[in-house]
Write a protein of this length. Structure first.
Length: 330
């Protein structure tokens, strides 16, 4: 028994929109085929939020509303909401505010956090600090992205990968040794030219020319990003394991960001993890950026047992990357 306060995930909920964009439909949109997409990325289908005026908050609201119900948490008891996203409804106000308002969370402060595909991990670590400090008892961390809003559906190198979705977790204090044990996060701004959405910010505000040039869509130079993702995730998982004297057999689940099945398989191989202990759902959702990891936890929830050691890891735009070591609490 220990009295140290840790931040424990005490509930998880996901949401994906109804519309399913299949590889077959993509074949009608760009010069691609199911065989290429499946073998090069592992994606079979992704969910897309269709409808005028529907932003990322729509999915975050569904995930958080479900989380509150599932954990029997009263909205007024939530003290902080962090939404990791690169596809906020608007530049401001933050999507976290919109989510909180819609579900009746009135006594919390709320903010968005970027960090692209590592956003959920950065946000989880940030939220955890408010729990471990003793100042907060209920923190919600959401990872949500409507990638279809920033994907160019004439660019076959990106449109086949991404999907829309949201996942949310509740963080509460634990004094029994469960919860977030350790984390390592990194960033390297030299990756800016390899993975970015160029325009619409303060450097290149929106103009007719920026729209016509497609600069409001994702640009990715896939191969170098692939290599950096493999090396970043492998090394940070190793770093966390060494820091905590862990060997592979101590870890029940590896939960990698879902960007490409070949990245997941390579990272697993390098870390010596059998794929049966690696959470994988990229085939049905694609890369949902900040939502991939909470969506994995949601999908695999039934297979998680209290006390399981889990390592979450992600790599994304920036570059950003990291890993979190958790002893599952529920
Ligand atoms: O989540 C944030 C971090 N992001 C990542 O981790 C993503 C990392 N990168 C990747 O996952 C992969 O690089 C991609 C999936 C984006 C691309 O796969 P790749 O194996 O690296 O393909 P490539 O870009 O090297 O292209 C290989 C070939 C090219 O043809 P040529 O030049 O060899 O004739 C492409 O034009 O495949 C072609 N190609 C396609 N063919 C059919 C590219 N996209 C497609 C497509 N369908 N959709």
């Amino acid at each position: 028994m220990t009295s140290k306060i840790r931040a424990a995930i005490t509930g998880v909920q996901g949401y994906v929109p109804d519309y399913i964009l299949t590889n077959a439909e993509l074949e009608t949109m760009v010069d691609t085929n199911d065989e290429w997409i499946t073998s090069r990325t592992g994606v079979k289908e992704r969910h897309i939020l269709k409808g005028e005026g529907l932003g990322t908050s729509v999915m975050g609201i569904e995930a958080v509303r479900g989380l509150l119900e599932k954990t029997k948490t009263r909205p007024e008891d939530v003290e902080l909401v962090i939404c990791a996203t690169v596809t906020a409804d608007m530049h401001f106000p933050d999507t976290a505010n919109l989510i909180a308002h819609a579900v009746g969370i009135k006594n919390a402060f709320c903010f968005d956090l970027g960090a692209a595909c590592s956003g959920f991990l950065y946000a989880l670590t940030t939220g955890a600090q408010f729990i471990t400090s003793g100042s907060h008892k209920k923190v919600i961390v959401v990872g949500a992205d409507k990638m279809s809003a920033i994907v160019d559906y004439t660019d076959r190198s990106t449109c086949i990968i991404f999907g829309d979705g949201a996942g949310a977790v509740l963080l509460e204090p634990d004094t029994t040794g469960h919860g977030i044990i350790d984390y390592r996060h990194h960033c390297d701004g030299s990756g800016v030219d390899l993975l970015q959405l160029k325009a619409g910010g303060s450097k290149y505000p929106a103009t007719v020319d920026s729209v016509l040039a497609g600069e409001h869509n994702i640009y990715q130079n896939g191969r170098p990003v692939f290599k950096a993702a493999v090396s970043g995730m492998s090394s940070v998982v190793q770093e966390v394991m060494v820091r905590n004297n862990l060997v592979t057999d101590d870890i029940r689940w590896l939960v990698p960001h879902q960007a490409n099945i070949r990245i997941i398989e390579t990272v697993s191989r390098m870390a010596d993890f059998p794929l049966e202990r690696v959470m994988i759902n990229i085939h049905k959702y694609g890369n949902t950026t900040a939502a991939t990891i909470p969506l994995c936890l949601w999908d695999y929830e039934d297979q998680l047992t209290k006390g399981d050691n889990i390592i979450l890891t992600a790599f994304g735009g920036g570059f950003t990357w990291g890993a979190i070591y958790i002893k599952w609490a529920i």
